[in-house]
Design a protein around this ligand. Sequence first.
Ligand SMILES: NC(=O)c1ccc[n+]([C@@H]2O[C@H](COP(=O)([O-])OP(=O)(O)OC[C@H]3O[C@@H](n4cnc5c(N)ncnc54)[C@H](OP(=O)(O)O)[C@@H]3O)[C@@H](O)[C@H]2O)c1
Length: 280
Amino acid sequence: MSTQPVHASVGIIGYGSMGSAIARAIARSHELEKRFSFQVYAKKQQQTADDGQVIFFSQSLQDLVSACDIIIVAVRPEQVAGVVRDVVQGLTDEKALPRKILISVAAGVTLDSLRSLTRNAFAAVRVMPNTLVEAGRGIFGLCSSPDLAEEHKSLILTLLKGIGTVVELEEQQMNAFTALAGCGPGFLFSIMDSLSEAGVSVGLSRESSLSIAKSLMAGCGILAETTGRHPVTLREQSTSPAGMTIAGLNYMDAQGIRGHLIEAVKVACRQGEAMDLESR
Ligand SMILES: NC(=O)c1ccc[n+]([C@@H]2O[C@H](COP(=O)([O-])OP(=O)(O)OC[C@H]3O[C@@H](n4cnc5c(N)ncnc54)[C@H](OP(=O)(O)O)[C@@H]3O)[C@@H](O)[C@H]2O)c1
């Protein structure tokens, strides 16, 4: 156990797909363990996480609200208003406490709605996570009011950077972020599956082919990240004149694969905008 002081306590409300992925990622992070204590409030009371990880489940939402500095609301969008109202009611000794932070990860719930639901008793922050949080490699789009205190922001960044990367956004960029970072895993898994299928087509076993496809995707990400080289440079470095890769790349270009990928992100973004309009 670390001897460093705990800086803040984090409470997660909702233990569905996203709430449990965030909880398990925090529980796995030794770095965060030194700086944050955390607990979860789930509707159906649990004693341990499904995979046996040690997670503290609080007995009531009010217990969690009283104990935590940062409250992450990870319930479905239509449940947010009710839960945030309960959270505000759970703030029994409002004046005696420093202002707490409420983070909503709900799609489509705006900062304005959060501010009005919390009646400004909390510093409200909107975060859009993606499914890679399960691997401790989440990408979080974060938007906050310009008046968010520096110390609050720094606390939130420390927490989220412990389980992924953070991109600070203007709220109107949320759909663009979601179209790339939120939908991206779906797009890349589809490409991974296609490459795996391709390996089988040219004579590899299914098992080897899938294993190669997974290693390729992970390895390319790590190479780009660790070298800092642009993907164009890395592509050129793996392409020799009149070789096999350039033959495949020429085919991809002739088919407009890059254009199709760009269009997929644009279509997803437009879909997000249409969903926003429908929910108004
Ligand atoms: N899943 C993703 O990939 C993803 C990605 C980005 C953002 N998000 C956002 O994350 C939020 C959660 O999504 P999800 O996929 O995790 O949904 P989910 O699997 O349905 O989880 C939500 C959980 O919250 C519980 N809950 C509802 N009210 C509660 C309360 N008062 N106290 C405690 N728990 C309560 C629900 O219980 P009941 O089912 O019994 O109501 C459910 O277990 C959504 O707002 C979504 O927009 C999700």
